[in-house]
Each structure stands twice: as C-alpha cells, then as structure tokens.
Design a protein around this ligand. Structure first.
Ligand code: TRP
Length: 458
C-alpha cells in the first residue's frame, strides 16, 4: 500500500531540485576545508583509498536508505521514525534515531559556522590584495592573526549564523535550486583553475602521489576516514532524510544518490589536487591541521595571473557551499518544531540559530584562549580541545552510529515489500542495495569501530 502522505512543508519542484539541494548539502567545507587537512594529517594515500571505499560501500547504500526513509515518512526525521516504526510494527524507541540526528546537527553547525566565518573573512582579506606576492610565512602569519583574535572570529561566526537562519526561516526550498544550479558549476570551474595553477608549481606529481600512493594507516585513521565519508555526504543525522521527505513520489532515489556521491567526491579530490602541490612547492607540511587551505591557497592567489579576482570568487563560492550545507544541518530540528510545537518557521529558526550560535562560542575560543584546554579519551583522541572534541564525537561517532541504525532499520526491520515499493528500481539494483545495506554496511561500520578502540587489528 502506498502511503498517502505529503509533507506539510511543501515539496521540491522535481528530481533535479532535490539532487541540487542534496548536492548543496553534501558539498561544503567538508570537501574543501576538511578533506585535505585530515588526508594531510593521516599521510594521504591509504587514507584517501579508505575514504573512497567508504563512500562507495557505506555512503551510497546509506544515502539511498536515508532518503527512502524520509520520503516514506514525509515528516521531520523524529516524526518520520515514529511513523515508520509504527507502520512496520517496530519499537517506538526508533524515534531516538531522529533525536540523535537533531543533536548531531546542532553540534556540527556550532563549529561549522565558525569555520565558515574564516572563509567569509578571507573573501575580504583576498580582496584587499594582502596576499599579492605573499610567501608561505606571510600567509601563515595572516592566518594566525585571524584565529588568535576571538572578537573577529565571533563577528564572522555571528554573520554566518544569521545568514543561515534567514534561509532556514524562509524555507529551504526558496531559491536554493536556482542558486545551486549555477554556483556549483562555478565552484567546480574555479577548482579546476587552481588545479591548473598547481600543475605549474613543478610539484604536481608529488601532490598526486601523496594523495594516491598507499602507505601505512592505523585503526583510528580508518575511523576518521569512515567518519568523513558520512560527514561529507551529510549522512547519519537526518539532513538527507528531511530533504528526502520533500521529495515527490515519482523520483528515482538510487540514481539521485549516485549523482550526489559522484559530484561530492569529485569536488573533494579536486580540492586535494589543488592544495597538495602547493604544500610541497612551498616546503610546507601537509599535516598543518584545520588551517591548511587558508595557509596554502592564498599563496596561489598571490602568484597567479588574476589571482585576486580568482581568490575572491573562490572564497565567495566556498562560503556559498558552506551556507547550502549549514541550512541542512538545522532543517530537521526546525521541521520538528514546526510540526510538533506549532511554531512558525521564523520563530523556530531563530530559536535553534541562537542556541547554535551560543555553543559556537566554544569553538571560537578553541583557536585562541581555550586552545590549550585539552583532554584525551583513550584510543580515540589525544589532547583535543573543545572544537576537536565536537568534531571527533560528531563525525566519527554520532554520524556512523546514526548511519548504522538507519541501515539496520531500512534493511532488517522494514519489510522488503515496503522498501521495494519505495525505491521502485530495477530488481537487480534493489537486490544489490539490499544486500549491501543488510550485510556489508553494518558489518563494515562495526569493524571500523572495533578497530579504532583496539579490539581488533586491521
Ligand atoms: N556535508 C557537508 C560538508 O561536507 C556538511 C554537512 C551538511 C553535514 N549537512 C550535514 C554533515 C549533515 C553531516 C550531517 O561540508
């Protein structure tokens, strides 16, 4: 029986609108800021390979499962899980999956916004021409000046949070489609330009080899690579589920998931190919941490023909990419408040936005006055400050856990007749998806968890 439900928040105008919005959610700081710096910290090669495997074997099946649950439920993830659990005659505590997602989204956005603030401030830094002819040292000290100043970071964090609240308050569907349609290809084009510059540095091969020639890796790095596959595809917290709930019934979910995963992965690999040659050409270390792109790309902008214009456009597009991701991080919470508390979208967005902004202060201070307030959790992390801890717990624990439960619900607890009907795809593709989501994905996530805490050795 088809469920005769329709989201009260409205629907995407069609398949393309959904693909663009979900790609907008997936492509963001994760691809351009986070991927290069964590790949750099964990030695490249094998890390990138594990990440690619996780995208294909874990990310794509879970994305299909998550969109499917959302479209079947047609509500915010909390209510969707409640509804589906009762439809499938399962325990009502599955709503907890929705709540886990709301908490994860809120935690992630609180630091995401701070980093997006860095990108915002770099629009103006690049525009002022301060990077013209810059050296690695000069670029480094400009970055350190920014992050050591809590007031500056706070101002940019505030601006970014307001931008996010405004879009969420107006409804994520308005304007997103048109904007993503031409801004995403532009970002792509600019990345290609920077990769072109990277090819002229004489160290392209070195950067390429760093990214693709396998080396050593430990259990914790494997967990980080897997966590990043969830993070970069926006999986495991209901963002893609809530976008799926605005999807009309006629759309093919499987094709959309492939398209989104391919676009997302391409952007990340291009960002790596742009950055690592610049790292090696300037005698820098690839494991500089969260400042990596801000300490390398400006060197390129300072030396290439038309660098100021290219640099400004690049950071504008990066902010935009972060913006279309940020809105998906609080959409599940806002949709829930609208459904259950009868709030207006505006009121709900402001509420969640202000709370997120407050928590973000912890990440603002993590780069200056609280920098050395660190702690360690055996096996998982050492000397992590507030920002490091939030990032680790959300990306590497909460998202994979959320994804694991999504896979279990979709492939073990949901009747096959339901998922088959909802996916409405070719039998072979359905079987492939069902097999992966039932056996491969949950087992892989469990193995990675166990190896990170040292229970098994990979
Ligand atoms: N995927 C985005 C990025 O790569 C971040 C993001 C948006 C996200 N929504 C999410 C991460 C939901 C996890 C869950 O920048």
């Amino acid at each position: 029986m088809t469920t005769p439900r329709k989201s009260i928040h409205g629907q995407w105008s069609g398949r393309m609108a959904f693909i663009l919005a979900a790609t907008g959610s997936a492509v963001g700081l994760g691809n351009i800021w986070k991927f290069p710096y964590i790949a750099g910290e964990h030695g490249g090669g094998t890390f990138v390979l594990v990440y690619l495997f996780c995208i294909a074997l874990i990310g794509v099946p879970i994305m299909i499962a998550e969109v499917m649950l959302g479209r079947r439920g047609q509500q915010s993830p909390v209510n969707t899980m409640e509804y589906l659990a009762s439809e499938e005659k399962r325990n009502e505590s599955w709503v907890l999956l929705g709540w886990l997602g709301i908490v994860a989204g809120f935690l992630i956005l609180s630091y995401y916004s701070v980093i997006a603030g860095w990108a915002l401030s770099y629009v103006f830094r690049t525009g002022s021409g301060m990077f013209l002819g810059a050296t690695a040292d000069g670029v480094n000290s400009i970055f350190n000046n920014l992050v050591s100043d809590p007031e500056h970071l706070l101002a940019w964090h505030t601006i970014f949070m307001v931008m996010t609240m405004v879009v969420v308050a107006r409804g994520v569907k308005n304007g997103l489609e048109k904007a993503v349609t031409f801004l995403m290809p532009m970002l792509f084009g600019l990345l290609l330009l920077i990769v072109g510059y990277a090819m002229t540095t004489g160290h392209f091969q070195e950067g390429f080899d760093f990214m693709f020639i396998p080396g050593k890796i430990d259990g914790n790095a494997i967990l980080i690579a897997m966590g990043h596959a969830f993070f970069t595809l926006s999986l495991g917290m209901g963002a893609i589920m809530v976008y799926g709930s605005y999807l009309p019934k006629s759309t093919s979910i499987t094709q959309a998931a492939f398209a989104i995963a391919i676009a997302d992965t391409t952007v990340a690999l291009l960002a790596g190919l742009a950055i690592f040659p610049i790292v090696f050409a300037n005698g820098l270390e690839p494991d500089k941490g969260p400042g990596l792109i801000f300490q390398t790309l400006p060197i390129a902008f300072g030396h290439m023909e038309g660098g100021t214009l290219i640099g400004v456009s690049f950071f504008v597009l990066l902010v935009f990419a972060a913006w279309t991701s940020a809105i998906s991080l609080i959409e599940p919470a806002v949709a829930w408040l609208v459904e259950n508390r009868n709030m207006s979208r505006i009121y709900a967005s402001v509420w969640i936005g202000v709370l997120t902004w407050l928590l973000g202060l912890g990440s603002v201070f993590s780069f200056n006055i609280w920098k050395d307030n660190t702690w360690s959790l055996p096996y998982l992390f050492k000397d992590a400050n507030f920002f490091d801890t939030l990032d680790y717990l959300t990306a590497n624990i909460m998202l994979p856990l959320g994804g694991l439960f999504i896979a279990i619900f979709a492939a073990w607890l949901m009747r096959e007749s339901s998922s088959r009907e909802e996916l409405a795809t070719w039998p072979l593709i359905y079987r492939g998806w069902h097999f992966l989501t039932r056996y491969v994905t949950p087992v892989a996530v469990l193995i990675v968890f166990l190896s990170a805490i040292g229970v098994i050795k990979l």
